[in-house]
Design a binder for this molecule. Structure first.
Ligand SMILES: Nc1ncnc2c1ncn2[C@@H]1O[C@H](COP(=O)(O)OP(=O)(O)OP(=O)(O)O)[C@@H](O)[C@H]1O
Length: 228
């Protein structure tokens, strides 16, 4: 039931977004895709969601085709560009997601999970950036997914909200793949870190090993500078 990339390449015209990328995401692990802006993280997530197809190589999600895993409702995703329907309330948006996944959870339990109970009647176009992120998270969790993709999930969140977010994610026990350019976030919350530098995997290992690997200085120094 693994999720894996085998020698995957993808280009946007002449831009090589991913080149010969291979990695495996074992069940139950939280894996960080760590890289600077433009490294290829979102492209990798798009491929795992079946939104794009690799030009070379194979992407397997939960043991099969990405689109099949998504269609079966086994995958949840929180993307950078997840728009929310402006005229709707938080409760309506979350309930719609819940119904699309066959009501695997009660509305109250999803709202509680994402810390949205108090905001249930608020229109989504009247939310702060961090509150809107929580709605995207609620939508991603609505179907009790086996596998969760998070593309830079905590960008709009303050320190406290970021901690709470990860506590919730971890308590759910899904397999998680998250894209981040925060070295500290990868170090703290991932079981494994895959470093992508200009479309290539340059390291794959435990967070402490990645942090201490001086041969990754180029990729990691850039990341650290961005965090400042
Ligand atoms: N739709 C597109 N058309 C053309 N080039 C694209 C497109 N989307 C991404 N790219 C390019 O592909 C490369 C990888 O982009 P990608 O968005 O996957 O990186 P990323 O690591 O997710 O970056 P960020 O941290 O900024 O979100 C970059 O050079 C980017 O400019």
């Amino acid at each position: 039931m693994q999720t894996r990339f085998e020698k995957v390449s993808f280009s946007y015209g002449s831009v090589h977004a991913l080149t010969d990328v291979s990695f495996t995401v074992p069940t139950g692990q939280t894996v960080a895709l760590l890289g600077a802006n433009g490294a290829g993280k979102s492209t990798a997530v798009d491929l795992m969601l079946g939104l794009r197809r690799p030009h070379r190589g194979t992407v397997t999600v939960l043991g099969g085709q990405p689109a099949a895993a998504v269609a079966a409702g086994r995958v949840g995703a929180m993307l950078q560009t997840g728009g929310l329907p402006a005229d709707s309330t938080v409760g309506e948006v979350v309930d719609l997601a819940r119904c699309l996944y066959g009501k695997r959870r009660t509305l109250a339990s999803i709202l509680d999970l994402a810390g949205l109970t108090e905001l249930q009647r608020r229109r989504v176009d009247r939310l702060s950036g961090g509150q809107a992120q929580r709605v995207r998270f609620a939508v991603a969790m609505a179907g009790k997914p086996d596998l969760l993709f998070l593309d830079e999930p905590t960008v709009a969140l303050d320190f406290k909200a970021r901690r709470q977010f990860w506590k919730t994610v971890k308590s759910e026990g899904n397999t998680v793949v998250f894209a981040t350019h925060y070295l500290d976030e990868a170090d703290e919350y991932a079981d494994r870190v895959i470093v992508i530098d200009r479309g290539r995997v340059v390291a794959d290992g435990e967070p402490a090993v990645i942090k201490g690997d001086s041969s990754l200085e180029h990729a990691l120094v850039e990341l650290t500078e961005e965090e400042l």
